[in-house]
Design a protein around this ligand. Structure first.
Ligand code: HEC
Length: 487
């Protein structure tokens, strides 16, 4: 018992110097189960003490040993568990106080029995400590997969429209960084458990410079060679993969916002592709059959007004964004014919496209995301798009489309989201659509994409057209096609 007490004291004193292996952490996971024994046993002993009965020494011994074991497993557990704030700190020290207090009482029980006030004192103190430790323990809530072996933990599911900071960036930090940068173990004086911690920075000042990833210490460290001492996480820890680093980078580049959500991102934002991959890791596979496209082809077809990029790394799936050039004709769009089979995302919003362009779009069989909002598309020219069976997201807001195009929408089997405010669709037609295709979300309000949004890192030319609705937020329908001249 003395040995256990000394060991516990040692753990607490040298906590920040200890590195415990995974299996020890796993033993720690039994803490929440064990913790009930000493509580019941100690309360029993205290109760018997108060009523001045003689309690069996064996009961006392079991109570103290179980309290010490509980505190030690709790200590192991704390190496692994991430709890925000100082709850864990309090719980840890109060819990250790219970165990050491009980051991002290046991060690000096004879002396204390002679002086009743001492005995009463220690009993009252223990009772208070048990209640307080239990209170803080209860607040440090645990996930359901708590007793799972290391590595078995279920992957956290990404919400439908995740917050970039909380659901993406912080989750990466939680998995890779927080075990060394938390309130009870704050390496480099840096807290990575909250946005405040990130903003405050560490011993060498701020670690993120919102909007400027080049000058952000955290990103510099993620990019260092693995063998570099300053690389984070340090050698021996699982490093971040490329896309995780890229997501943190993009978040910083976007100004390290707190409330930004996935659906607020403009389509050309690379973060969108990364998030989609996160949700469907097999996405690459589904594109494995796409025709090969050379980097040089992509380069040749792109220009200041046409940005073409691979959805991720070396995928053959392309995302294309066309801005309104000074002189426009249909070849601005149809010159991409060579990429028809590769384009899965296409943004033509605001362009004066006509029948020729739409016919070509209808021949892009792998299209999943299409934006033709604020274009002159009309019921008479919409028909070719009936071929887009894989289309998931369609933006047609502020166009002249109306009920006559509904059957075409109805036939697009892959459809999940349609943005169609400011169109001619009647409420009745939309109700019918909703009944028949309940899995499709019809967005009839203001598109979040058009809300003011700080894009500090816009790539490519800033052509007013694409951002022109920012801040305007008007639902008034502007006759399609007319808009461009007005602006
Ligand atoms: C195994 C423990 C450990 C892990 C895991 C870890 N760090 Fe660190 N971190 C340290 C130590 C120790 C220091 C202080 C020494 C130094 O500056 O290199 C530090 C310092 C830092 C600093 C510099 C703070 C300053 O102001 O000097 C940053 C930034 C940082 N870490 C970021 C991260 C990020 C991001 C992760 C996750 C990807 C991470 N760390 C994971 C141990 C760790």
């Amino acid at each position: 018992m003395l040995g256990l007490s000394v060991f516990l004291g040692f753990c607490l004193l040298f906590e920040s110097y200890l590195v415990v292996p995974e299996w020890v952490v796993w033993i720690g996971r039994w803490h929440p189960v064990l913790v009930h024994f000493p509580i019941v046993l100690l309360l029993g002993v205290i109760f018997l003490g108060f009523t001045r009965r003689n309690f069996p020494v064996l009961l006392f011994e079991i109570a103290v040993v179980s309290a010490l074991l509980t505190a030690i497993t709790g200590f192991f557990l704390a190496r692994d568990v991430v709890v925000k704030g100082s709850l864990l700190w309090w719980h840890q020290y109060l819990g250790a106080g219970v165990a050491l207090g009980a051991a002290f009482w046991y060690g000096f029980r004879r002396e204390m029995q002679q002086r009743t006030y001492l005995q009463w004192g220690i009993q009252v103190i223990l009772l208070a400590l048990i209640l307080a430790a239990g209170h803080y323990g209860g607040m440090t809530t645990h996930g359901e997969d708590f007793l799972a072996f290391p590595g078995e933990k279920a992957k956290r599911e990404l919400p439908e429209n995740p917050l970039i900071y909380q659901d993406v960036v912080q989750v990466i930090l939680d998995d890779h960084c927080v075990k060394c940068h938390n309130p009870s173990k704050q390496k480099g004086e840096l807290l990575l458990t909250s946005l405040d911690g990130l903003r405050t920075g560490g011993e060498n000042g701020p670690v993120i410079v919102p909007g400027d990833m080049e000058r952000s210490e955290i990103i510099r460290r993620l990019h260092l060679p693995l063998a570099d001492e300053a690389h984070m996480p340090p050698q021996g820890e699982r490093p971040l993969d490329k896309s995780q680093i890229r997501m943190i980078e993009r978040w910083v580049a976007l100004g390290a916002p707190d409330t930004l959500r996935m659906n607020d991102l403009p389509i050309q934002e690379p973060l969108l592709g990364l998030l989609k991959e996160l949700r469907e890791p097999k996405r690459e596979d589904k594109w494995a059959g796409l025709p090969k496209v050379a980097d040089s082809t992509i380069e040749n077809l792109g220009n200041d007004y046409t940005t073409i990029r691979r959805i991720s790394g070396n995928s053959e799936a392309l995302s294309v964004n066309i801005y309104l050039p000074p002189t426009y004709d249909s070849t601005t769009v149809t010159s991409l014919r060579a990429l028809s089979g590769n384009i899965v995302e296409l943004d033509l919003s605001g362009l004066p496209i006509g029948r020729t362009e739409l016919e070509w779009v209808g021949n892009c069989p792998n299209m999943e995301w299409l934006e033709i909002d604020r274009t002159p598309v009309a019921d008479s020219t919409f028909r070719p798009l009936a071929n887009l069976l894989k289309l998931e997201v369609l933006k047609i807001y502020e166009t002249g489309l109306g009920d006559a195009s509904l059957p075409i929408l109805m036939g697009m089997g892959g459809l999940r989201h349609v943005y169609l405010y400011g169109t001619q669709f009647s409420g009745r037609a939309l109700d019918i659509f909703r009944q028949q295709r309940p899995e499709v979300t019809l967005h009839t309000g203001i598109d979040p994409e058009n809300l003011p949004f700080p894009d500090h890192d816009a790539e490519g030319p800033i052509v007013g057209e694409k951002d022109s609705l920012a801040g305007q937020g008007s639902l008034a329908r502007v006759p399609a096609g007319k808009k461009k001249e007005d602006l």
